[in-house]
Design a binder for this molecule. Structure first.
Ligand code: NI
Length: 199
């Protein structure tokens, strides 16, 4: 089932989400719905707070980054392995980030039509549980690390706009307010926090 994606301005996006355990009701169904929702919106990652659930879980599928590369002659080292980067992260902990910071124009399904450059480190060491509650400790880099860092921020109540300079954020204020009010053209289902008054 495709779920509505919560738009910028909803308090659930600013909340630190809670860990879950295996008793969480209908977890498999929720994961399936999150994938369906993410694909319908052509996203590469979706965190539970974005569908209104304040729990520490996100799903990713980075394969669109691999498709982009096919037209290019030079293979992009940041895209290495991205075609198989499809995972569920439950109760993730970024243990360490390392390497040079690099800039990338990030977008977010909760903030449609806005892309801004965000600087993050190259590599992440992360521990997490998968959909079967098996524990993993892995290292990711390039676009995979970037997707993880963005989605991990979501379960901590942080949005990519929080990483921008105060000036850049100020320049976006009006557009962000419009998104909260639903005054944005978007071709997937969303839930907007500001209810417009009937005229
Ligand atoms: Ni996002």
């Amino acid at each position: 089932m495709i779920l509505p994606i919560v738009a910028y301005g909803d308090p659930v996006l600013k909340k630190e989400a809670e860990e879950i355990d295996q008793t969480f009701p209908k977890l498999k169904e929720l994961i399936g719905d999150m994938y369906e929702t993410m694909y319908a919106a052509q996203g590469v990652g979706l965190a539970a707070p974005q569908i209104g659930k304040s729990i520490r879980m996100f799903v990713v599928d980075g394969s669109p980054f691999a498709d982009e590369e096919e037209e290019d002659d030079e293979p992009d080292p940041k895209a290495a392995g991205i075609e198989n980067f499809k995972k569920v992260f439950i109760n993730p902990i970024i243990e360490e980030e390392e390497g040079e910071e690099w800039g990338f124009h990030e977008g977010c399904l909760s903030i449609p039509k806005i892309r801004e450059e965000v600087f993050r480190k190259e590599k992440v060491h992360i521990s997490y549980y998968d959909e079967n509650f098996e524990f993993h400790e892995e290292v990711f880099e390039g676009y995979a690390a970037r997707i993880i860092q963005h989605e991990y921020d979501h379960v901590d109540g942080i949005l990519f706009t929080d990483h921008l300079s105060p000036l850049k954020r100020r320049l976006l204020t009006k557009r962000l307010q419009n998104i909260s009010k639903g005054e944005v053209n978007v071709d997937y289902k969303m839930k907007f926090p500001v209810i417009k008054k009937a005229r």
